[in-house]
Design a protein around this ligand. Structure first.
Ligand code: ATP
Ligand code: MG
Length: 158
């Protein structure tokens, strides 16, 4: 479906903001413009749900979560940044593998199967996008993904 990604992303963040605990704060760095993309909304909803629920799960008391959309030449760069526990350097690439969880002891009490990001990766790739993470232990994590975007699309319709 062709949808305005700005509105779509804001609605998903709203849903998390409504149910979130007091311990985290949200910041949105989202352009105030229409950004039309052709996506499977159910699948990209699941991608965002998985990424955002991780950010909440691994955030400390008082942590800030920053949501961003950056418009690049041929794609949208979407990111979710947290101030949580972070991920050790040699594990950052592995978190997208099925059942991979950093430090079994640490994550056991938080629950989960280790499938969330593997599913997210599959769905982003099905949209010809890419997904990756950057992290610093003890500082926080940012998960990025891209979606193909044609800035001239709107012009073509005129
Ligand atoms: P599930 O999503 O299936 O409930 P999960 O959250 O453990 O379980 P993934 O979402 O695939 O699984 O994440 C894999 C692992 O990557 C997590 O167990 C955790 O160790 C690490 N991880 C993912 N996101 C973050 C984050 N924002 N901060 C710190 N660690 C993270
Ligand atoms: Mg998860």
């Amino acid at each position: 479906d062709w949808i305005n990604f700005t509105v779509f992303f804001n609605k998903i963040i709203d849903r998390f903001e409504m149910t979130k605990s007091q311990k985290v704060t949200f910041k949105r760095d989202i352009p105030n413009e229409e950004l039309y993309v052709d996506i499977d909304t159910d699948k990209i909803t699941q991608v965002l749900d998985n990424i955002i629920s991780n950010a909440m799960k691994y955030s400390p008391e008082g942590g800030k979560i920053t949501f961003r959309i950056k418009v690049l030449e041929e794609e949208l760069l979407i990111s979710v940044k947290d101030e949580g526990v972070g991920i050790p350097k040699d594990s950052v690439k592995k978190i997208f593998e099925r059942f991979y969880r950093v430090d079994k002891a640490r994550t056991r009490k938080l629950g989960g199967t280790g499938l969330g990001l593997a599913i997210a990766k599959e769905m982003v790739q099905a949209h010809s996008g890419e997904i990756w993470a950057e992290s610093k232990e003890g500082r926080g994590t940012t998960v990025f993904f891209t979606l193909p975007y044609d800035p001239n699309q709107e012009d073509d319709w005129e």
